[in-house]
Design a protein around this ligand. Structure first.
Ligand code: PRP
Ligand code: MG
Length: 212
């Protein structure tokens, strides 16, 4: 019998809402994030708990059939996968930020400056569009620390509540993109798997409608 393998974030902000959404769709997943792979007891589905950044590639390769992932990651990775639904949670922005006392007048400020980010491709595209040449420093986390330790003049990172910016003496300068959690699918699904996905989408749409 065919099953649908869904990849979700192993830990982090998307995880709870992703699992909650499956639950609302009546899919019961046996506990155990430590297993990294779990099965649903009442739906032909396996859940793969993966690192966020790895998910788009797994879906493109067909290792995972579907996934719940932040839109911002898809833009950054540029993978060839299809968004089937926007999910309405984990809303955030990818923004440029600068020290709060700076008199920021526009993106030209970053010309010739150093910017720390975990999203170099999305940032580069934005800078190119605005004809700004900056020096991009890639760091994987705690990006907001960069200006304070003299690593960069500004940063480009996700902003949700804005609390991390605030705590690090930074302010939002420019918004690059707006993102939320999305359901994506591989282009390699079998017809049986497409049917399972349709069943899931039917339930998902009912749940989302109920929320409105
Ligand atoms: C994320 C993101 C921002 C912060 C935004 O970091 O990289 O730093 O959350 O959220 P806020 O606006 O609500 O403060 P995360 O906490 O996941 O840590 P990391 O960047 O070190 O991985
Ligand atoms: Mg962070």
């Amino acid at each position: 019998m065919s099953t649908l393998k869904i990849a979700v974030q192993k830990s982090g902000r998307l995880n709870d809402d992703s699992i909650g959404l499956l639950k609302n769709c009546g899919i019961h997943i046996d506990n155990g994030k430590d297993q990294l792979k779990a099965s649903a007891s009442n739906f032909p589905m396996d859940v793969l708990y993966l690192r966020n950044g790895d998910i788009p590639q797994y879906v493109e390769d067909g290792v995972a059939d579907i996934a719940i992932v932040g839109e911002n990651l898809l833009v950054e990775a540029g993978n060839d996968i299809e968004v089937v639904r926007k999910l309405g949670f984990s809303k955030c922005k990818l923004s440029l930020a600068v020290p709060k006392e700076l008199d920021y007048e526009g993106v030209q400020y970053f010309d010739g400056k150093r910017i720390a980010t975990s999203y170099p491709n999305t940032l580069q595209q934005y800078l190119d569009q605005h004809n700004v040449k900056a020096d991009i420093h890639v760091i994987k986390g705690s990006v907001e620390i960069a200006p304070n330790i003299g690593l960069a003049e500004g940063i480009c990172d996700l902003v949700s509540s804005g609390s991390t910016l605030f705590k690090n003496g930074l302010k939002e300068a420019d918004q690059i993109l707006i993102s939320e959690a999305v359901l994506v699918k591989s282009k390699k699904l079998t017809p049986e798997q497409e049917e399972l996905l349709d069943t899931l989408l039917f339930r998902l749409d009912a749940v989302q409608k109920g929320k409105k």
